[in-house]
Design a protein around this ligand. Structure first.
Ligand SMILES: *Cc1c(COP(=O)(O)O)cnc(C)c1O
Length: 434
């Protein structure tokens, strides 16, 4: 399979290069030249398969030509060391719980898969140079990437995060690991961290002296494996006869997750419609309404992993639909929620349904409630993080003291190790060069 850049100014490339590079040289995002399909009959048999079996079918369709099948299978099985159960929350509203991985957020799937695939290609291409992964985080990406790459030979991860702006639970998940993970605390905002990473990628001296890549959802190996669990959700609902008219609601920030869902649909997964659930950062909703895309600086909300003002995977969605606005609005609906809405939903669903939502999942749930499902339709929203990751917010909303799962508590007992820098580039650069 060849991969092309959404900007179409770079040559087509192979999977290994797309994964090692991350971004295309013309700054576009890589897309597979074609989307393989999976037989309807195979999809209908998935209700009797395990998550790993399902994921292996999807992975083989995409990556099978470019990797040895035993190696691919090992990567898939190793990635999915946890389940993604579907649970009924309300009458015809279900949730796909994606927070049972090591850092309790859905990003574990993509981060673990990418780490393993990258290691495979480094070994295969005989690359002796250390690969340095730079990642800016407002919380969840850093923890998933750091834990996904922990101990992977030949790769060093630098996590840049804004001082005092990530929750203590999140911070402990990437500052206590040691080994090949270096946490860098920046005296600034998330945007400053992101700017430093971007500057590093364009700095010619740095790029001559060291191999840099990113682990954001721009990377094919990070976002595409997320399509596995859409098939799994379908299979679980199909088992109870609930998958005929599926509406899938995705709490969205950079839109990697939703894009993976669209890939699953293009591969043949029967989904009737997707919903992009947003917080106040609603540039995508505005695009759906007007056909005009106007990126703008993000605003802080309770659902902070969705505080994105210029979603990087938007170009992939445009590309998938050949830039046809009408086709996009036909397949994707949009809703947006304020902090007050999010708080009201968390309270309401906890009291009426006994289900504890996190602020991101709350947007996903509420979008299905507002979509007004037909009796023949089933709604499923992706619960992207465990509520304990946002304990401060959830506790205040519910006036409660929610429990922190044991393996999150374990992180918090570790010793914080990080290096501190200001937001100017020179200090960070000379540190990298050492
Ligand atoms: C990253 C994240 C999102 C947004 O996912 P995208 O793929 O960037 O759209 C939603 N919820 C949580 C908890 C996240 O960590």
């Amino acid at each position: 399979m060849k991969y092309y850049s959404t900007n179409r100014q770079s040559a087509e490339t192979t999977l290994d290069e797309a994964v090692i590079k991350g971004l295309a040289p013309d700054k576009g995002l890589y897309m597979p030249e074609r989307i393989p399909t999976i037989d309807r009959q195979v999809i209908s048999q998935m209700k009797d398969m395990t998550f790993k079996e399902i994921a292996n079918i999807v992975a083989k369709a995409f990556f099978g030509e470019d990797m040895e099948s035993a190696a691919l299978q090992e990567i898939v099985n190793d990635t999915l060391s946890f389940e993604t159960p579907v649970i009924q929350v309300d009458k015809n509203i279900y949730t796909l719980e994606l927070f049972h991985g090591p850092t309790l957020a859905f990003k574990d799937v993509g981060a673990r898969f990418m780490a393993r695939m990258l290691r495979y290609f480094i070994q295969k291409t005989g690359n002796k140079q250390q690969i340095n992964v730079l990642v800016a985080t407002s919380g969840d990406t850093g923890s998933a990437v750091a834990n996904g790459f922990l101990g992977v030979e030949g790769i060093h991860v630098f996590v840049l995060y804004p001082k005092g702006k990530v929750s203590p639970i999140q911070e402990s998940q990437f500052t206590t690991l040691g080994q090949n993970i270096t946490a860098i605390e920046i005296d600034g905002a998330f945007d400053d961290c992101q700017a430093l990473v971007k500057q590093a990628f364009t700095d010619s001296e740095l790029n001559q002296k060291m191999y840099l890549t990113s682990a954001n959802s721009i990377n094919i190996a990070r976002f595409l494996p997320q399509s596995f669990y859409y098939f799994n959700a379908y299979a679980q609902l199909d088992k109870t006869g609930k998958a005929n008219e599926l509406i899938v609601s995705v709490p969205s920030g950079n839109f990697g997750n939703l894009t993976a869902g669209l890939f699953a649909w293009k591969m043949g997964l029967p989904v009737k419609r997707f919903i992009a659930a947003n917080n106040r950062n609603d540039v995508f909703l505005e695009y759906l309404k007007t056909g005009i895309y106007t990126p703008r600086p993000s605003v802080e909300t309770y659902a902070n992993a969705m505080d994105v003002g210029d979603p990087s995977n938007f170009v992939r969605i445009l590309d998938l639909f050949a830039h046809n606005h009408a086709d996009i609005t036909q397949m994707i609906a949009g809703f947006r929620y304020t902090n007050e809405d999010i708080a009201a939903t968390i309270k309401k669903v906890y009291e009426n349904c006994g289900y504890l939502l996190d602020p991101h999942g709350a947007c996903g749930y509420q979008a299905l409630a507002d979509y007004q499902l037909q009796p023949s339709e089933t709604g499923v929203f992706l619960e992207t993080a465990h509520p304990a990751k946002f304990k401060g917010t959830v506790d205040t909303i519910l006036n409660a003291d929610i429990e922190i799962p044991a393996h999150l508590q374990a992180f918090m007992k570790g010793e914080k190790q990080s290096v501190a820098f200001g937001k100017d580039f020179s200090g960070f650069k000379s540190f990298l060069l050492k």
